[in-house]
Structure formats: structure tokens, C-alpha cells
Design a protein around this ligand. Sequence first.
Ligand SMILES: [Zn+2]
Ligand SMILES: [Zn+2]
Length: 361
Amino acid sequence: MKAAFLYGPGNIKIQECQIPIISEREALVRVRACAICQNDLRFYAGLKKYISEGDASYGLTGHEWAGEVVKVGKEGIELSEGDRVVFSQLYPCRGCRFCKKGLFNLCVNKIQIGGGFAEYAKAPLENLIKIPEDLSYESACLAEPVACAVQAHTKSNIREGYKVAIIGDGPMGLIHLHLAKESRTKTFVIGHHDEKLKIASHIGADVVLNSKKETTIEKFKELTTDNTHIRSEFMVIDDTKIVRETIDSSGADVVIVTVGNKDAIEQAFELVCVGGTINLFASIFPPIKLEVDPNVIHYQQLVLTGSRDYTPEIFKKALTLISRKVIHTNLLISHRLPLSQLQNGFEEILKRKSLKIIINP
Ligand SMILES: [Zn+2]
Ligand SMILES: [Zn+2]
């Protein structure tokens, strides 16, 4: 079969290799669609190290994939050849203290598997979920990023009527927008790509703000205040300097940061309302240090959280949201490429103009 191999940063080769051999608890799948994830990009760009480069890296970290089952291990009573399936990457141990609490996404023994940038991939039976007949492979393979977003929404306690600010107009920002709409919130998308913000409006964002063109924070405060109250507190710093801190009724109940940069996180502290939640959905590579005045968190009673991965239940929920067309996957996909052009796909993402890129091996 043909598969992608990584030979150092920015160096992908498509080569012939053996079709993976499956165990009794695994199945072999002919991969029909595998989307490129930001996490794949980090390995490609050398920001994260691939555990094994070269020959052992077949299929790379590709984990957003769907396809048809071609062979089933002996224990696979619920799967048959020809079944259409999507792969759920997470394989929790179900025995650690976090799994026992149902926090499978935080499992300390979890195994994350990939291998999707190849004609064939193998997976444990329980990680393959059947997909409805009328759902395309390219839509189904987006269940993984959608599941990550659903996990973040659950963690952020988003409720009907909330004001939700989404920083970032990339594919994850647009997925969060779909979910926030479904929760009947008032949605604000802050980005700086006109084309992507146009898609956000089309999806139904109540307000889109281009941070390169407008003074986002002031505009946002204007749009979100109910003009009921402004309170000032005076703080003395170093016995001499007096700083006036203004707390007003503006801001978002929840701010989701979908881009991994310092400015975006600092902006989140400006956009969140008193008692609100900031969810750092995007990770940052290379890592940075933040400077935050702890008083801001204390006096404004902010909740600062992150979110990663998803539980098996949430993965199924994500798949249902896609098949119910709550998530319009066609609006999230900008490129469809053959496996031979995988490297071009990565380069396209680095230009920051694309949305989701689907590889059809
Ligand atoms: Zn992913
Ligand atoms: Zn565990």
C-alpha cells in the first residue's frame, strides 16, 4: 500500500509499505478520507517530535479518518467487512482515577493512535464507529475535531442566552460557532481573515469583528454592555501609583480561544465579563509564559480552563451533530487532495488561508 512517512520537519515522502497486520481485537480499514489537524501540523513543522521518524512513521499522526472495513479480527462480532466507519482516536485505560470519574479525555494511560495518511489503517475494534449510509466519509472524519469542540463547550458550561466570543476564524473557530448557535447563544467571532469571517456570518454568527480593521475590544464592549453599571476600584501599587480598575457590565459569558498565540489569550481577558469563563481551547507551540494580574481573576471571579480531546460518549454525540447537519461540514472544508499531495496540504495550512484539508488516500 501507499503511505506517508515523515523524514524530519517539512519532509514527507509517500512510499510503498506493508499493509498493517491486525490482531484479534483490531480491524483493517481502507481509508477514504483523512483530515489534517493542527496537531499533525506541529509534527510536520518539527514543533513536536514524532516518536519514530522514518520507516516506523507510516500514516503519520493522521487521526481524523473514516473509511470502509476490509478485515475484522476474531473478536469483532459487531463489525463486518464493508462497514463504513469513522475512527475515534482516543483509547482510554478505563482503570485510572480519571477514567473512574468519567474523565476519559484526561486518562493518564491513554494511547492515541494515528496512521490515517495511508491507504490502509488498523484500529482497535472499539475505536471504530459505524456511520450512517448517507454520511460521506469526508463529513464523518470531522467527528474528531467536532468532538474536541463539544468537550470544550461542555467544560465551559455554555447555556442558552449567553454571549459567547470565539477568538479565531479558522476551522475550529467555525466549529465552535456551530455549537454555540445550537446552544442558542449570542455569538461573536473575532478573526482577521475577511473570507473566513464571511463564512462565519453565513453560518450565522451574530457579530463578526475583524481585529485588523477595527478596535475590537472597544467595539465588543459597546455591543455587549447593558449600560446598567460601571464600578471603579482604586488600587495602590508600590505605595505611590494608583490604578483605576473599571468593572462594567460588558463582556462575554464565555470566551473560547481557538488560536494558539499570546495576543489572543490576552484579548480573552479583555473580552470576558465578570464571572465569565475563558477556555483556552488551542494549545501553544512553542510554549510561552503568560503575565496575568491575579486580581483580575480574583475580583472578577473568572474561570480559566482549557480543554483537550473528548470522551467516547462525546465522540458519538459529535457524529450525531454532523449527521443531523447541525455542523455544516461542507462550509469547513477548503481543499480535497490525493495522498500524493499531503505535503502541499500542510504547506497550505501554514499559509493560514485554508480551512479543513481532506486527504483522500
Ligand atoms: Zn485532530
Ligand atoms: Zn485511564
